[in-house]
Design a protein. Structure first.
Length: 387
């Protein structure tokens, strides 16, 4: 059946890929907008949280306009990283509940009104905790084709039409100095010391800051968490897959994304994820793809080491991935220090071939967010275990 011709209906050939969008109940929409505007115009320190539905339902452009119109600070949720421009002057960074960067956490907790647009009420969006009921009395949640204004619920109200209604309303303008925050801290002054995962993330940000239209693709595991601190701007894109069942997504995903967009990908992956599907990179040359792969080699499934009892099950053979890159038709570089990674990235930028930069890290080294997440989870487990 592989070579059998299939007749495709003309309406499918002509289809632009748009899916039908549900329509709002106009009466409910108008009332939800009216009540939201009243609350928003009386608030002293409101804030906007952007969720993944802003991207799924094509409301991202309208939400940017709303942020600019109101002058409010804005944070993205974990699943929505990349849905709001990361270099926007009103963007604070990624909100991850109690394990957010201190400045972001304080600003969210100090807000007298939170406008959550397309943000799902899940534990991953709130740092591993169940969504706090304490926020209900000072929050407005627009998601799943409904709007909750504190304890009032308006069903059959779509996110895009709700934001559009807010844009047409008479909204108060706020003025607030907004600063971007992450979990990386200050860079090291000792560029010749052994590299850590936090150093890798800082060097990626330094590398991306001077380049336009690059895409970042992060693998599952520690790369997914660490990627939350990567800042992509200048017309670039950010792609990640937040489910462990999709581990191995990054390399083939990056190839497809480059074919589809023309943007050069920078891929962040661990050795565990790379061993699953990383060999797919051999298809890069024939498709004209040249991703820059930063492969964090800690000889195993690093993110599980702090919590697993049988450590021997997490160990992987440490292949020389940089040597494999050359055998596969690309460029391979192995690095162990910050200075070596910085030089390797500059060399990769000049290469027309794909590049694998194999970064040798400590056996138990993880990204700052993974460390915070695991510690918070351990505290909750101990607390729940007490009689």
């Amino acid at each position: 059946m592989v070579e059998r011709e299939v007749r495709v209906p003309k309406e499918i050939i002509a289809w632009n890929g748009e899916l039908p969008q549900p329509q709002s109940d106009r009466r409910k929409l108008d009332e939800a907008v009216r009540e939201t505007v009243e609350r928003l115009n009386h608030a002293k320190r409101p804030l906007i949280l952007v969720g993944i539905e802003s991207y799924r339902f094509k409301a991202a452009r309208e939400i940017v306009a709303l942020v600019e119109r109101t002058g409010l600070p804005c944070c993205a949720s974990v699943l929505a990283k990349g849905a709001f421009p990361m270099t926007h002057p009103q963007y604070m960074g990624v909100y991850l509940g109690a394990i957010s960067p201190p400045r972001i956490r304080k600003r969210v907790e100090d807000a007298d009104l939170i406008i959550a647009l397309g943000m799902l009420l899940t534990d991953i969006e709130s740092g591993g905790r169940a969504p706090s009921e304490a926020l209900r009395d000072r929050s407005i949640w627009a998601a799943d084709n409904r709007v909750n204004v504190s304890f009032h619920t308006y069903t059959n109200v779509t996110l895009k039409e709700f934001v559009g209604g807010l844009l047409r309303a008479n909204l108060k303008t706020h003025r607030e100095k907004v600063a971007y925050s992450d979990n990386l801290g200050k860079p090291t002054a000792k560029l010749d010391r052994h590299i850590r995962v936090a150093d890798i993330l800082r060097e990626i940000n330094y590398f991306l800051s001077g380049r336009k239209k690059m895409m970042v693709v992060t693998e599952s595991g520690d790369s997914l968490f660490g990627g939350l601190d990567i800042k992509v701007g200048n017309g670039g894109l950010y792609l990640a897959q937040g489910f462990y069942a999709s581990m191995g997504f990054a390399i083939p995903g990056a190839l497809g994304a480059q074919i589809g967009t023309g943007l050069r990908p920078l891929v962040l992956t661990g050795d565990g994820g790379f061993q699953m599907t990383g060999v797919e990179i051999i298809h890069a040359p024939r498709h004209g793809c040249n991703p820059i792969v930063i492969l964090v080699n800690n000889s195993g499934w690093g993110i599980f080491r702090p919590v697993a009892r049988q450590q021997h099950l997490l160990t992987l053979p440490s292949l020389r991935y940089s040597d494999l890159a050359m055998l596969w038709g690309g460029v391979g570089i192995r690095v162990q220090t910050v200075a070596e990674l910085r030089r390797a990235l500059e060399k990769a930028a000049q290469s027309s071939a794909f590049v694998i930069i194999e970064v040798m890290t400590g056996y138990r080294d993880l990204s700052p967010i993974s460390i915070k997440y695991i510690r918070a989870s351990a505290k909750r487990a101990l607390k729940s275990a007490k009689p």
